[in-house]
Design a protein around this ligand. Structure first.
Ligand code: PLP
Length: 465
């Protein structure tokens, strides 16, 4: 590395540190519109290069106004973690080390750290210790990998090798999924060739949980192999499917239970909260995000499979120059990529830094804060919390009757425009909601107080207008 390159590294470090200090005092939403932001960057590439440090400075200067403060404790949009600074520090090392961690033989230290993350997450969540796991980009691909492992195992039981022969002519797999499931597992069903529209959508209750009697009735209608795609953490309500009631019945029929636990599965790490997802550990595969509740920098998630063999059978890509699969954990055996960055390493740093107690405290605190918010909001005439607060999500509707959708949209618009806090939009029970996700590592009661104040005062202004 020469001096010019080192200057670029130092500049990046200074600018990113300044950014993280400034997050608390900036408007939360990006101030630059998409067209203007794109126009700033999408200029012709010159014949001549630029000094490396100037490139970094220019990037930061031009990007600055077009960044939303997703790492702020006042960001409550979607379901996003806040990129914990310890994880960011480790992420810088990951880039600097430049390891292709698809192969353990070439970069054993990366494999060691990622394997520790897999062990720790499996243990914290109380999942079967013999499970196999792969570190993927997020819950979308974790769901895909889990569903592909299910496809392999269910068809193998029917004497069909899907890896060799594909799906044409294969025995049909019936897929059961809750009517209020996230779009990601539906996409995963498409990626796995199982089709999204042919899945049987099972009735759900007011909080989006599968109704167990409806599930059992649908299950008993199924002929042949059955895959059930269940949910730990409904996106609008944070609710959990009744795993303990439905997974044993599914297993009696030889079926496979996959759980989309993108954020909600983290409650299993907290002894006081784990009963809310009782029976989740009985499933066969699980998808979980590291970039949501663990607050790892994007992008990181995990697929976990009780039986490692179908995961490896469906994911691994062997080549003459690659090490043989063995019972040691080979990264590229459990994910779709051969070449990839060591994306599990930031999670290693965060888990080491927080320890089990710190992780449990964070998840518990967020659930408590979500409940505190719901209590305040419910106390304001005209505002309604639509969900039982099962975890960290709160669904808020403003006003009554025909005006409720417009009122809710307008309150959200004002809150977002004010720039102090940032919840986002959702749709629930047939109408608009303000959806709050309490998930940033740094969020405390004072941030919830501010959020409640902003929503209540915007609502009063809209109501009295
Ligand atoms: C329940 C659920 N499943 C899956 C996903 C997709 O996760 P990712 O964006 O990490 O791929 C999300 C994202 O919010 C989610 O909430």
């Amino acid at each position: 590395m020469d001096d010019e390159q080192e200057a670029a590294l130092r500049t990046a470090f200074e600018r990113l540190t300044a950014y993280r200090h400034s997050v608390f005092s900036r408007p939360i939403k990006a101030q630059l519109g998409l067209d203007e932001a794109v126009a700033r960057f999408r200029t012709p590439l010159g014949e001549d290069g630029m000094v490396a440090k100037d490139v970094i400075d220019q990037m930061v200067d031009k990007a600055d106004a077009g960044i939303s403060q997703m790492s702020s404790p006042n960001y409550f949009g979607f379901v996003l973690g806040g990129s914990h600074p310890v994880g960011v520090a480790a992420d810088m090392l990951v880039s600097a080390w430049g390891q292709n961690c698809g192969s353990s033989a070439e970069t054993p230290s990366m494999t060691g750290m990622e394997r520790a993350v897999c062990d720790w997450v499996i243990e914290l969540l109380g999942l079967p210790p013999e499970s196999g796991a792969g570190i993927v980009t997020g819950a979308s691909l974790a769901n895909t990998a889990g569903i592909m492992a299910a496809r392999n195992a269910l068809l193998a039981k029917e004497g069909w090798d899907v890896e060799k022969d594909g799906l044409f002519g294969a025995p049909e797999i019936s897929v059961l999924i809750g009517d209020a499931a996230h779009s990601a597992p539906f996409a995963a069903l498409r990626y796995a060739g199982l089709g999204a529209a042919r899945a049987i959508r099972v009735e759900t209750d007011d909080d989006g949980r599968i109704v167990s009697d409806a599930f059992l009735a649908a299950l008993y209608q199924c002929k042949g192999p059955v895959l059930a795609v269940l949910q730990a953490g409904q996106i609008n309500t944070g609710a959990f499917d009744p795993f303990a009631k439905i997974v044993p019945a599914l297993h009696e029929k030889g079926g496979w239970a996959h759980v989309d636990g993108a954020f909600g599965l983290w409650l299993a790490a907290v002894p006081e909260l784990a009963p809310r997802l009782a029976g989740v550990e009985l499933a066969d595969s699980w998808a979980i995000d590291l970039h949501k509740w663990l607050n790892a920098p994007f992008d990181a998630g995990m697929v976990i499979c009780r039986d490692r063999a179908p995961l490896v059978a469906s994911m691994s890509a062997r080549g003459a120059y690659l090490p043989e699969t063995s019972d040691h954990w080979e990264p590229s055996d459990s994910t779709m990529e051969l070449s990839r960055r060591a994306r599990g390493v930031p999670s290693y740093a965060i888990m080491r830094s927080l320890g089990k107690t710190g992780i449990r405290e964070m998840v518990f605190r967020h659930c408590q804060l979500a409940q505190n918010l719901a209590d305040v909001i419910s106390g304001e005439p005209g505002l309604k919390v639509l969900n039982e607060v099962s975890s960290n999500q709160v669904a808020i509707r403003c006003g009554e009757g025909d005006a409720a959708n417009d009122h809710t949209r307008e309150v959200l618009r004002r809150v977002q425009k004010n720039g102090k806090v940032y919840p986002t939009h959702g749709e629930w029970q047939g109408g608009e909601i303000i959806r709050v996700s309490v998930i940033c590592y740094a969020t405390q009661q004072k941030n919830i107080d501010l959020l409640a104040e902003e929503i209540v005062s915007a609502w009063r202004a809209v109501r009295d207008a």
